[in-house]
Structure formats: structure tokens, C-alpha cells
Design a protein around this ligand. Structure first.
Ligand SMILES: [Zn+2]
Length: 297
């Protein structure tokens, strides 16, 4: 899927899910658009899916992934499963049990549970980030799983992780960082890279976030100048909600193959529910008023 996207100059939407209903919503949308795509689970989504009395992110992610495997069979598109931001302190409790679940599935003659996982080491310095990333990529590669890494910081707030107070330069990955990530990981296995270029979590009106897609171009150039055109990396665009199509198109030109959309799909899911409930509530209230008036008559 990633090779096809690189070749075709497009990116897959990566949709966060938390329940059977949202999985089915994403599958229906992919199916109707005749588009392959990515369904992903965050640690918060996993916790929620495990039940709010249980709150086990890895267990909930396993439940959602197994459901996705079954439900996706009913659709004629390719669906890749992915897990979203996992910070260093959650590796043991989230990523490790999920890798173990894949190991068990592979031993039973099936494919891995998830096709890719994200390790988000942006909270530690790049050296430590890459030390952990290398270890995890090695483990993923043995299972045929891709690892997404992040350097720089996605702005905004998601899943209780708030980076809005960070200095502005943290929101932009430098070409030197991109080169360092490539050189650390390229020999180990397939990876995707969430390089940051001013993108933020949450939905903003176009224009209120200063995106600098040229950051991605400069970083890819630093890598391909030194290592050849085959070294172009698979990039991930976080915080895709509310992005103008011009900005989006530009990022595709620089190697973005996965674009995370969460806020917009949360609205797409909750707005019709709220509208339906409000309309029903008004309708019922009117019915009650009418029947009271008839009784009085
Ligand atoms: Zn993100």
C-alpha cells in the first residue's frame, strides 16, 4: 500500500476508531469511495474500547483490531490497521502486548494483528528517541510490521497530551533531524516518519495554522542528496483535519503517504447523532403538547 501511494502521489486517510460503530463508519466511507485506507487506534481509544471500568489500552486495541479484521472482510478495499501515538512511558503497557499479540497470531499461521505501530518519542531528545525507535523497529521488522516514528512535535492537544505551550521551533523538524532519523532506521526495517511542519492536532480554520510543507521538501532533499533518490521517506501528516487542499496537495508532492484525520471524523460522527436526538426531542415535545391540547379540548 505504501509503495502504491508513493508511486501514485497520494496518501491514505488514517481514521481513528473507538467502537464498532466508528469502525463501521470508516469501513463504509472507504468502501463507498472505493479507497484503500488505514484504521487506527490511539491509547485513549483502546482504553475506552476496553470498557471504562477496565481501562486497558492494549486489551481494547486488540478487541478493536480483531473486530476490524472480521468486519473488513465484508468490504472490497484494503484496510491497514495501525496504532497512533505511543509515548515512551506507554511502550511496555501498550506496544509490547500488541507486538506479543501479533507474535501469537503469526505462530498460529495468521498475519500480524496491526500492520504498523507508532512510537512517539518526540517528548525525549532525538538521541534517546532514536535509541528506543531502533529497538522497536527491529522487533516490528521481525513480525513484518512497519513502525511510524516522530521527530519534532505535533502542536495542539490530543488524548490528554498537550504541546500547546512548546516553543514554536519545536513544531518544525529540521533537515538535520530528518537525515539523522533516516540514517538511524533505514537499515533496520520499513518505517514511516511523522516529520512536523507546523501541523497541529485539532481542527483549525485554514489560515490559522502556519503550515510549512517546504520543511518536508528540504528534509527529503537532505536525505536524497546524500543517499540517492531511493532514500525518499514515507511521511505522515498528523492533524490533517481542516487542512486546505492546496496545503495537502503540496505535502503529497514531498512524500506524505498517510494523513491522520481525527477531529473532522469525530464531528462527522457526533453531529448527526446530536441533530437526530435534538430533532426527536423537539418532535416528541410537540407531540406531547398536541396531545395535551386535544385532551383539554
Ligand atoms: Zn497525531
Amino acid at each position: 500500500m505504501l509503495d502504491a501511494a508513493q508511486k501514485g502521489g497520494y496518501a491514505y486517510p488514517a481514521i481513528n476508531v473507538t467502537s464498532l460503530t466508528t469502525i463501521n463508519g470508516a469501513l463504509k466511507a472507504f468502501s463507498e469511495s472505493k479507497s484503500d485506507g488505514i484504521i487506527q487506534v490511539s491509547t485513549g481509544g483502546g482504553e475506552f474500547a476496553s470498557g471504562t471500568a477496565v481501562k486497558d489500552a492494549a486489551f481494547g486495541a486488540i478487541v478493536l483490531a480483531e473486530a476490524c479484521h472480521l468486519l473488513a472482510e465484508k468490504h472490497d478495499v484494503l484496510i491497514a490497521l495501525h496504532t497512533d501515538h505511543c509515548h515512551p512511558e506507554k511502550v511496555e503497557g501498550f506496544l509490547k502486548p500488541l507486538l506479543q499479540a501479533s507474535r501469537e497470531r503469526i505462530a498460529a499461521g495468521k498475519g500480524p494483528l496491526f500492520q504498523s505501530h507508532m512510537f512517539d518519542g518526540s517528548v525525549v531528545d532525538l538521541k534517546e528517541n532514536l535509541t528506543i525507535s531502533k529497538e522497536l523497529l527491529k522487533e516490528c521488522a521481525e513480525l513484518g510490521i512497519i513502525l511510524e516514528v516522530e521527530a519534532g512535535c505535533v502542536g495542539g492537544e490530543e488524548d490528554g497530551h498537550d504541546t500547546s505551550g512548546l516553543p514554536i521551533e519545536k513544531l518544525y523538524t529540521t533537515p538535520e533531524d530528518m537525515l539523522e532519523v533516516y540514517e538511524a532506521l533505514s537499515g533496520i526495517g520499513r518505517f514511516m516518519f511523522a516529520a512536523t511542519f507546523g501541523n497541529v492536532h485539532g481542527s483549525y480554520k485554514p489560515g490559522s495554522v502556519k503550515l510549512k510543507p517546504s520543511i518536508l521538501k528540504d528534509g527529503q532533499k537532505a536525505v536524497t542528496d546524500k543517499h540517492g533518490s531511493g532514500a525518499e521517506m514515507d511521511l505522515v501528516f498528523h492533524g490533517g483535519s481542516g487542512t486546505s487542499s492546496e496545503d495537502l496537495q503540496e505535502t503529497l508532492d514531498y512524500g506524505v503517504v498517510k494523513m491522520n484525520i481525527d477531529t473532522d471524523t469525530q464531528y462527522a460522527f457526533t453531529r448527526p447523532i446530536v441533530t437526530h436526538i435534538c430533532a426527536e426531542h423537539r418532535g416528541r415535545a410537540q407531540d406531547r403538547r398536541r396531545s395535551r391540547q386535544q385532551e383539554t379540548l
